[in-house]
Structure formats: C-alpha cells, structure tokens
Design a protein around this ligand. Structure first.
Ligand SMILES: Cc1cc2nc3c(=O)[nH]c(=O)nc-3n(C[C@H](O)[C@H](O)[C@H](O)COP(=O)(O)O)c2cc1C
Length: 212
C-alpha cells in the first residue's frame, strides 16, 4: 500500500506524461491558432466523440448530440457565429456539443427510452416521478447545457491525450450558430470545440493556488 501511494505521488510529481489522466489534464490548454489543413483524422474524431459519449449525466439522460464540421464553407459559417475569434477562424475542424432541450420534457419518447435503459430492467416509475419533480423545479435549458459541459471536458482531455490542440468556445451568437448547424427547434448549441494541431506552444499556465 505504502509503495502504491509512493508511486502515485511520483506520478503527480514527475510532471506531465501522456500515460495518465493527470498528464492529459496538464498538457491541455486553450489553443487559439491552428495549423491550416491538418484536421484530426477520422479515427481521432471517433475517439473524441467516444470520450464525450461516455461522460456522466444526471439521471443518465445524456442530453446531448455531437456535430462534427470539417467542410470549409460550413466552418466559415461557424467561425462567423463565433464572432471570428482566432481559434474559430483557424480551426480545421469543430465538434459542437448540442443540448437536447425539448427532448427533456418528462413525457417525451426520449426521456422514456433513456429511463428504460437507465433502470437496467428494474422499475422505471420511481425514477420518472423523481425526474418530474426535478423538471418542474429546474431551469432546464441551462441545466442541459451544464450536462453538455461534462461531455466537453471528456472530449478536451481525450484531445490532449491524442496530442491534438483544442479550444472550448462559449462565445457565440446562439441563433447564428443554430442556423449554421441546421439545428431543429428544441436543440441549442452548448459549446463549440475547435480542434486540430496547435500552431502555438503551450502558454504559461495561469491558475489560483491550491489553497484558495
Ligand atoms: C465554457 C468555456 C467557454 C470558453 N469560451 C471561450 C471562447 O469563447 N473563446 C476562447 O478563446 N476561449 C474560450 N474558453 C477557454 C478559456 O478562456 C480557457 O480555458 C481559460 O482561459 C484557461 O486557459 P487554459 O484552458 O489554457 O488552461 C472557454 C472555456 C470554457 C470552459
């Protein structure tokens, strides 16, 4: 046990390695300028979405969808919806996490299907009743977006693990972005993630000290 703790401590102290989750956390930074013409490979995109898909969500509702954009014309539309920010203007690929807001209505087919799955063959009604009360009390659109941010964190860390650059982008015109992504009513963009190979080196990390 003491040996195990010692080796964990060495992991923490030895600085970033890509062999552990903390290594990916330490390597990740918001990349604001990407190498042109080098999007993530198809396999990398699949693994990013797989990491996001496995994120936890309250009630197991997974209120998200992941939309990949590589096409140049659609990327330009996305970049405009993100106010032309440098990360968006230079990224060769995007994955946008979309919040499924209307699907969260307690009597929707979506909620029924998710609860059937989440109950794993057990009774669905108690979970459903608890959720009805929760839904009445909650600002559901904001809540759904919060859930999507868990998926985003998974995706960002997998990108770091793969050596890809990434930038989460919350600064966008939601209506313009919904149009660019051809979203149906009842779905809203939660976060755009710019992806590719970073053209900049990692800036100095800025964080509050642990004691704060
Ligand atoms: C929800 C969210 C929204 C963000 N929106 C933007 C954005 O619109 N544009 C941008 O350049 N960076 C954006 N960022 C990146 C942050 O500015 C960045 O994570 C923060 O400054 C810390 O730097 P680091 O990620 O390099 O450690 C966002 C980050 C998060 C978590």
């Amino acid at each position: 046990m003491a040996g195990r703790l010692l080796s964990l401590e060495q992991d923490f102290l030895s600085g970033p390695t890509m062999a552990n989750v903390l290594g990916a956390i330490q390597q990740r930074y918001a990349c604001r300028r990407f190498v042109a013409g080098r999007p993530p490979s198809d396999d990398e995109l699949v693994s990013l979405i797989e990491a996001a898909r496995l994120a936890p969500s309250a009630f197991g509702l997974e209120p998200w969808r992941f939309l990949t954009v590589i096409d140049a014309a659609q990327r330009a539309e996305l970049a405009r919806a993100c106010f032309g920010q440098p990360a968006a203007a230079t990224a060769p690929a995007f994955i946008t996490i979309v919040a499924l807001v209307d699907a969260l209505e307690p009597d929707s087919d979506y909620v029924r299907a998710r609860f059937e799955a989440e109950a794993r063959g057990g009774p669905v009604a108690p979970l459903h009743e608890m959720y009805r009360a929760f839904y009445r009390a909650e600002a559901i659109a904001a809540w759904a977006q919060g859930q999507c941010h868990f998926a985003a964190a998974h995706l960002l860390l997998q990108a770091a693990h793969l050596g890809l650059g990434s930038c989460p982008i919350g600064g966008f015109d939601a209506a313009a972005l919904a149009r660019a992504l051809r979203l149906p009513p009842g779905e809203t963009p939660a976060l755009v993630i710019a992806l590719g190979h970073c053209a900049d080196t990692m800036p100095k990390r800025v964080r509050k000290p642990r004691a704060d």
